[in-house]
Write a protein that binds this ligand. Structure first.
Ligand code: GLY
Ligand code: MN
Ligand code: MN
Length: 429
């Protein structure tokens, strides 16, 4: 791995929290991701499935984790099955996890080779009543590819059709949403690398530079800091491009007088950072750009203050909508008649701020989490209001990553210039 070894207590703790929610006499199974093909003999870089990573730290294909808290044999309470490495694999692909290496990473003492899976699993199943199987239940999951996990679900139900099957996903959504201080420490590294990237890029911006040259500056900084790269496809959008919400071409030239919207985050150790900023191409905001920028910034600051234990996300989003409505009225982008006649399902402010304000952040950028229960200490959210004015070639979003604490929050990304003065000072230093 490129990242330095993570504290295995992260994964020991995560398993403990997951196992505590299983019904008696239950086992749960988690599979790694496949290595996806490109064409000919090519493959995509491997990205571990988030759930098995969260519970084991194993960052390798063809791995299976079984958690069985009431296993008849104590050594079977937690088991890893890994692909057996050999000389050929060692020469062509490099080192894979040994049994000792897997323990170092995960804290799991019982490690079998994958070839033993069916035999051992049959024995485990003879002692289990319930089987927790996993699937991607993210509300916006849109997967047409059959994952290794999905293939396992089919195989398991076909071969053991008299067991009671249950879903791991609701438990994981609850467990993964609350980060331990050890996980937050890893997320802080991802945030610090992202901060270094922004501090590098802010000095490179000038009229005539291209969006992809700025993307390259980020990538350079991320790679030299042991990140694998971007946590998600970056948006580097100058002028009008900032109003295309999912603009990822990053192929335009940045023009004097425009702003550039960056929505960029590094990954580190499979944890994501997610930040947005808008900087002027020539190093100085115009008065109009300042007015719109500061409106977004006021909404962001007020919204961050609302992110605290006990708040419901639905209420939070409504309150942020009210804050944005006030700013848009002051900017005269909407008027009181628009507000009076607005459709509650799509309020007037949505014309200029059409996306959500916050999402869970963690191993996945749009991390899993429960949207119907109050915010808890240890949850990590983005806060990212924006105003998009295509008619003025102007799009602004300001996004930070917040860890919820007892008293309020810690801002993981506070080192990235955000006040107009700080941005202009950094650009003109
Ligand atoms: N970068 C994706 C998002 O802000 O949600
Ligand atoms: Mn973002
Ligand atoms: Mn985001």
């Amino acid at each position: 791995m490129r990242y330095l070894p993570l504290d295995r207590n992260i994964f020991i703790e995560n398993r403990k929290r997951f196992a505590a929610q299983l019904a008696p006499k239950s086992l749960a199974v988690f599979n790694s991701n496949d290595i996806y093909p490109t064409g000919a003999d090519g493959t995509m870089p491997f990205r571990q499935a988030s759930d098995i990573f969260h519970l084991s730290g194993v960052d390798q294909e063809e791995s299976i984790l079984v958690i069985f808290p009431n296993a008849f044999k104590p050594e079977h309470r937690e088991i890893l099955f890994l692909t057996e490495t050999n000389e050929h694999i060692a020469i062509w692909e490099g080192e894979k996890l040994s049994k000792e290496g897997a323990f170092e990473v995960s804290g799991i003492k019982t490690v079998y080779w994958l070839s033993e899976f069916e035999k051992v699993f049959k024995e485990l199943m003879s002692h289990a009543e319930n089987v927790y199987l996993n699937s991607n239940e993210h509300l916006r999951a849109n997967t047409i590819v059959e994952t290794r996990e999905a293939r396992f679900v089919k195989w398991c139900k076909k071969n053991f059709n008299l067991h009671t099957y249950k879903r791991s996903a609701p438990i994981l959504h609850e467990v993964r949403a609350v980060k331990s201080s050890m996980e937050v420490a890893v997320m802080q590294i991802a945030a610090d690398i992202t901060t270094k990237g922004f501090n590098r890029v802010i000095k490179a911006i000038k009229p005539g530079i291209t969006e992809y040259e700025l993307e390259a500056e980020f990538m350079h900084e991320f790679l030299i800091n042991r990140s694998r790269g971007f946590a998600y496809t970056p948006i580097i959008a100058s002028g009008y491009n900032a109003c295309v919400l999912h603009y990822i071409e990053n192929n335009a030239t940045c023009n004097d007088g425009d702003l550039i919207l960056f929505d960029v985050g590094a990954e580190y150790g499979n944890y994501a950072c997610d930040v947005s900023r808008a900087f002027p191409v020539n190093g100085r905001f115009t008065q109009r750009q300042k007015d719109v920028y500061n409106a977004v910034l006021r909404v962001q600051k007020a919204a961050i203050a609302l992110l605290r234990p006990g708040t419901y996300l639905a209420e939070f989003h409504k309150e942020v909508g009210d804050l944005m409505t006030k700013e848009l009225l002051d900017l005269k982008l909407i008027d009181s008649t628009d507000v009076k006649n607005q459709n509650p399902e799509w309020p007037a402010y949505k014309k200029y701020f059409m996306h959500g304000t916050s999402h869970f952040l963690g191993i996945d950028v749009h991390d899993v989490g429960l949207w119907t229960t109050p915010i808890k200490e240890g949850m990590v959210f983005t806060c990212e209001p924006g105003i998009y004015l295509p008619g003025e070639n102007l799009g602004i979003r300001i996004e930070d990553d917040l860890v919820i604490t007892k008293e309020g929050h810690i801002n993981l990304t506070e080192g990235i210039p955000k006040e107009i003065e700080a941005i202009e000072d950094a650009m003109n230093a």
